[in-house]
Design a protein around this ligand. Sequence first.
Ligand code: ADP
Ligand code: ZN
Length: 625
Amino acid sequence: MDVDDEASRILREVFGYPQFRGEQRQIISHLIAGGDALVLMPTGGGKSLCYQIPALARAGMGVVVSPLIALMQDQVAALQEAGVRAAALNSAMSWPEVLETERQARAGELELLYVAPERLLTERCLSLLDRCALALFAIDEAHCVSQWGHDFRPEYLQLAVLAQRYGGVPRVALTATADIATRREMIERLRLRDPRVFIASFDRPNIRYRIAEKDNPRRQLLRFIREEHAGESGIVYCLARASVEDTADFLVRQGVDALPYHAGLDSGTREDNQRRFIRDDGIVMVATIAFGMGIDKPDVRFVAHLDLPKSIEGYYQETGRAGRDGLPADAWMVYGLQDVVQQRRMIEQSEASADYKRVAGAKLDALLGLCETAQCRRVRLLDYFGEAATPCGNCDNCLDRPEEWDGTVAAQKLLSCIARCESATGFGFGAQHIIDILRGNRTAKVEQFRHEGLSTFGIGADLEVAQWRAVLRQLVMLRLVEVDTERYSVLRLTAACREVLRGQRTIRLRRAIDRGATRPAGRGAIDRTRVTGVQVARVLSAGSAPLDDDDTHLPLFQALRAWRLQVAREHGVPAYTVFHDSTLEEIARRRPGSTEELRTVSGVGAVKLERYGSAVLDVVQAAQH
Ligand code: ADP
Ligand code: ZN
């Protein structure tokens, strides 16, 4: 049978999808034909099908190497829901379960086997595989081979053994990490044979990027959640364990269904919280970056950062966890001067080599550039990954263009105020005091040091405190000013500021706009509180007319969700493995009256049709009356 036909048939019948996305078809054909491949696709791009379909199409069992056990179990559950014979081998299983899975593998009863790398590398597991017919190896999260990355896992280096031991079996490495150095490392370290490299666009058009100045971060966050994502799933990232705990407590007190997750919690609590986040609808997980890799929950509606990530790679990976289902989602971040200072200090004080510090510093600067830019965030992000783009219309800067202004004079005032203060007194001062002098405030401290006599006293009364803070933050970001965290956060000038003081360099600044938690209201803004996801998705993709049928499908959609939750509870699986939100929304919109019609809904495969078809039609029927 024609390879492409077979792949399309599996896509339709098993997974219920009408067509391939992006390069899925080419990747799948290449693997079915026995070639090795490296697949780079953003989170939510659809990597899983790239190896699941070849595993089903080729003779033998597909082996998927995946680093996270929780994820593995959900993927297996989702495949089983679709009628695929899939199983996992991992340390969370009981001995009899392990023996049974091994037996099934030997007997050729499995189509897909998920294994953690450390288990795969045991002699027991390798000799099991020796006795199985193998369709392919898929190495998920393949960037874990990179020693430079933050997800490095030493076992991944040993996966090269698969190249020798199973020479004839095709291997595919997959990742959502885009940078070029890591690309080369994956190919070399995993010993891929003459691999075809597939690089998808890293754009995630359904994610709306928003970055605002930190003011009262928890209040900003609460407002954002209440006004735009009430009752929806989301992730809030914080840097430190303590702020994870505090923020989660705060949200719970405010009536948000939030849970904490960080490495300091015992593993039982961590697993429970993770399970609840994945299985229930509408939980907000407050977490350190320890949380999230391999969370493939499709309906995370927002990712919020209360602290700066370390790099654009980190930011993109973390925000990428929002909106995998393709429906609108928000990537929301607030940041301030303290974040910049704190991150720089962490780099400075780390034990790492000078080389590493230089790279880390440059990566942080690239991220700060993204924060401060007045241009389209998406253009900036994609440019970082080597991809050209045009302004997107779906980020804060596109929707509500920030004003840029010539801040050269303001910068000169601030810089010289710092210099005058220090030379008059013999030591430096912090931001608050410098701004008081600029604005001409006769505080006790000003009088104590007689700073009202400085020539810079009162020369900056034209700007508000918040504006001066924004100027200062941008000067710190540009490395014109340093904040000495060892000494009371004293401000210091750097050598680079000489050019500015001499008027040889102009400074363009971004006007502070107070949009802490308010959604951008410009062109194309969509009030999502009244519109369901599929409708928004339709508008975003087609750019079509305003919506008139907002609420008519909502009761049926909710009835379907209630039905789904009950089924998921009975089967002990996450709700989304039964049907995705996007599938339920399409059903609510189209109201199929027969099995034949239901079959044409995206996400309804043959097994699910057989299992759930009549129940779903009943729910649709009941809603007609
Ligand atoms: P990744 O592993 O790349 O983050 P997944 O494989 O989890 O992404 O896919 C993301 C989502 O897209 C899943 O919900 C998946 O079912 C869906 N999906 C993947 N391919 C298709 C397709 N061809 N048509 C419709 N939905 C798809
Ligand atoms: Zn944009």
